[in-house]
Design a binder for this molecule. Sequence first.
Ligand code: ASP
Length: 346
Amino acid sequence: MYEGHRSVLMIYTGGTIGMIENLETGALEAFNFEQISKAVPELKRFNYTIDTIQFPNPIDSSDMVPEHWVTMAHIIEDNYEKYDGFVILHGTDTMAFTASALSFMLEGLTKPVVLTGSQLPIGKLRTDGKENLITAIEIAADANEDGTAKIPEVVIFFDSQLMRGNRTFKINAENFNAFTSRNYPILANAGIHIKYAGDEHILKPKPGTKLQAHYHIDPNVAVFSLFPGIQEHIVRHILSDPTLKGVVLRTFGSGNAPQLPWFVDAVKEAIDRGVTIVNVTQCATGAVEMERYETGKHLLDVGVISGHDTTVEAALTKLMLLLGEGYDLAKVRRLMHTSLAGEITV
Ligand code: ASP
């Protein structure tokens, strides 16, 4: 175990963890960090340096926009040398989007960025927030014997499980196990001990890797789900929007879609106009294999890109970042097939 002094920066963005009840409406509203530090006096017992930066106006994560991701990435980049790890307190609703975006924005990360939050406010007796916060800090500070970070990745810690951020999605609006990891093993389990997965599952930065943050995000993208009975005028309306640059198409099974000629034409016309369309399955596990069925192959033939086994959150934020960089279409296509931060298995 590494014995040197450790330091962690907490970034408080809002979310249920720090919310209190509005006495007039009964609704939960984001509150300031003092609420949390008062409720968790245990924070003083860590023998690490723990500092905090809070968003000027903490928010419910349903109000999160790409500018907030930029703010978080800037805070991390500006404080990168000063701290060994970072903990982001965030609402659960869009936590998987933020974790995915940050995993692409923070290229060359060698330190942990651990997102966590809770399903019950920290002021409630049965809160899950205390446990999540305390363990997230421990993981953010954890190091190998040589002082390198145990988890040099953007991750989500929730309900005893540590997950690669860009593999997660929210599965539960009620119970404490709010997240699951799609098509990728858990990186650690926190029981009596924190048990990390084998090295082969954790990203390993090359020696000498330097952090390179990316801040350009193009939000002119859309996610749309197929369903039986989908209407031509609605699909055409979305796909013909002149500002549209990328689409995550949520398909059936292993990447299948209706073979209706109008549908194939509409998809082809959009791709020919320069829109990048990525195929992600609606299934919770498994991967897109467009060559497997006739109903998938026609998408491949007109130029739809496979999202492989990625989440919608990762495909969408990756697309936003690649389009934001201004890469040409061939490069966007190539990088969508490349694992940039462990988000796809190829
Ligand atoms: N609505 C809340 C949020 O995402 C839910 C939570 O934090 O669990 O900010």
